[in-house]
Design a protein around this ligand. Structure first.
Ligand SMILES: COc1ccc([C@@H]2N[C@@H](C)[C@@H](O)[C@H]2O)cc1
Length: 450
């Protein structure tokens, strides 16, 4: 490996308490909110086909029209406590809130720019209200921060001239000041979720970003920062020149998921997911496939089965309402989590061979193992293959632990759990399994010589 001044500052998974708590969250909520929620994906009767929070970049949106929207920002329906309660009822253990998206509008009263909620008709500190409400709900707060800031005069995507470099120095100071300001104002913040860090101008700032990361981590012990934040000496984000993860977990899974544990490179990771194909901010007219409750529960369990967290996005509208589709999803996911969260919270990857019926998870503390079934086999026989010395002793429905399910040993280290729900079920269900590591008497199963 090559010597790096600003490569990965640590190898392997963090084992401290804050990171263990992060690893055990299972489910998170993303909140994308800002002035882009006012147009909601339309302008002067035109439909914007892109992601609603990017509408400023659309040729159909005059830049000054967008940049004056904040003068209308007055979300009378905004109720931080209601949002936090809804997230708690859904079963979210953490929330990632946009403090400032690429447009540069600040949802907190930053003293480093006038482009903030303090200068909108709404006036009040939105981030402060949300931090307080989610903390009170017992949901850990993480702050999303976009390095890209289309509003700041010193922002550049690339540095082409000495003038660019001079202006960018101001932008770097501004960026640092805002981040220090956020952690000073909201010290209960558990981590920062960076975005908009792919610009070449930023990926040339290895030394500055490394120092900034160190400064932020010193402000809040245990602060968690993912792999999207900073570049290494050679401009690599996520993984440095030696292939080592830069940051505390991998932030590469946006609107997509790993399929195998190998895909995760053995790192902690989160998957951030939109309800429609690609809308983070509020778009009043969702087109294309809108994910169902079952699809989202499957993504959640799949993430846990591969040692990751699943973060579901909500895009409140310009008045501060959570839209009806998201309210319904939150309620239905919450209903399922109330019954089955034991298979998610504190659970991770179990190295048993994946089967078609669904996903295994194992609780990191107790070692308890779970099967979450999404695909009921027509045979009613759920195949379970266990490693060498493991013996499957009992299987039971999570919500009926007293009744053992019929177990059949069909081969060495292979069983059928014979179970078909009596009535048609429209939700996945969880089976708990109990095992012992017994010695296997030989002779019972013979390997065929081929
Ligand atoms: C150029 O591709 C993208 C895609 C998504 C993003 C932002 N990341 C998500 C978490 C949202 O904030 C989206 O606007 C930025 C650039």
């Amino acid at each position: 490996s090559v010597k790096l001044e600003h490569g990965a500052h640590r190898l392997g998974k963090r084992t401290d308490k804050p990171m263990q708590a992060w690893r055990n969250y299972g489910l998170g909520q993303f909140i994308h909110w800002g002035v882009y929620a006012i147009p909601g994906g339309h302008w002067e009767g035109q439909y914007y086909p892109g992601a609603a929070e990017w509408i400023r970049s659309w040729k159909g949106m005059p830049k000054d029209a967008y940049d004056n929207l904040y003068k209308q920002f007055n979300p009378k329906k905004f109720n931080a406590k209601a949002w936090a309660k809804q997230a708690g009822d859904m079963g979210a253990k953490y929330v990632i809130i946009t403090t400032k998206h690429h447009d540069g509008f600040c949802l907190w009263p930053s003293k480093y720019t006038d482009y903030t909620v303090a200068n909108s008709p709404y006036k009040k500190d939105i981030i402060g209200q949300l931090v307080e409400a989610y903390d009170a709900e017992g949901i850990d707060v993480y702050l999303y921060f976009s390095i890209i800031d289309w509003n700041h005069p010193g922002y550049r995507s690339t540095l082409k001239s000495e003038q660019d470099r001079k202006e960018y120095e101001e932008f770097k100071k501004f960026t640092r000041n805002q981040l220090v300001e956020l952690l000073t104002l909201y010290p209960s913040t558990k981590g920062l979720w960076f975005d908009g860090s792919w610009d070449k101008a930023w990926t040339e700032q290895a030394e500055f970003a490394d120092a900034l990361g160190k400064e932020l981590r010193e402000m809040i012990p245990g602060l968690i920062i993912g792999s999207r934040f900073r570049p290494d000496d050679n401009g690599n984000r996520h993984f440095d020149t030696n292939g080592d993860l830069i940051g505390d977990y991998e932030q590469g899974w946006e609107r997509k998921m790993p399929n195998t544990i190998e895909d995760t490179n053995g790192n902690d990771w989160d998957c951030v997911m939109t309800v429609p194909e690609n809308q983070w901010g509020y778009h009043s007219d969702w087109k294309g496939h809108v994910k169902t409750t079952n699809e989202l529960i499957e993504m959640l369990v799949k993430a846990a089965s591969l040692d990751g967290n699943f973060v579901l996005n909500f895009g409140p509208d310009g008045q501060g309402n959570i839209r009806s589709e998201e309210t319904r999803l939150a309620a239905e996911i919450g209903e399922w989590m109330k019954e089955n969260n034991e298979a998610v919270y504190g659970c991770g990857y179990l190295d048993w061979e994946k089967q078609d019926w669904g996903y295994y998870t194992v609780n990191r503390e107790t070692g308890k193992k779970y099967m979450t079934v999404f695909n009921i086999p027509v045979s009613g026989a759920l195949r379970v293959k266990v490693p060498g010395k493991t013996k499957l002793n009992k299987a039971y429905l999570l919500n009926d632990p007293g009744a053992s399910l019929e177990l059949e040993e069909i081969h060495r280290n292979e069983y059928f759990i014979h179970y078909k729900p009596a009535s048609a079920t429209d939700r996945p269900f969880v089976i708990g399994v109990e095992t012992t590591d017994a010695k296997i008497e030989d002779g019972h199963y013979q390997k065929a010589k081929t």
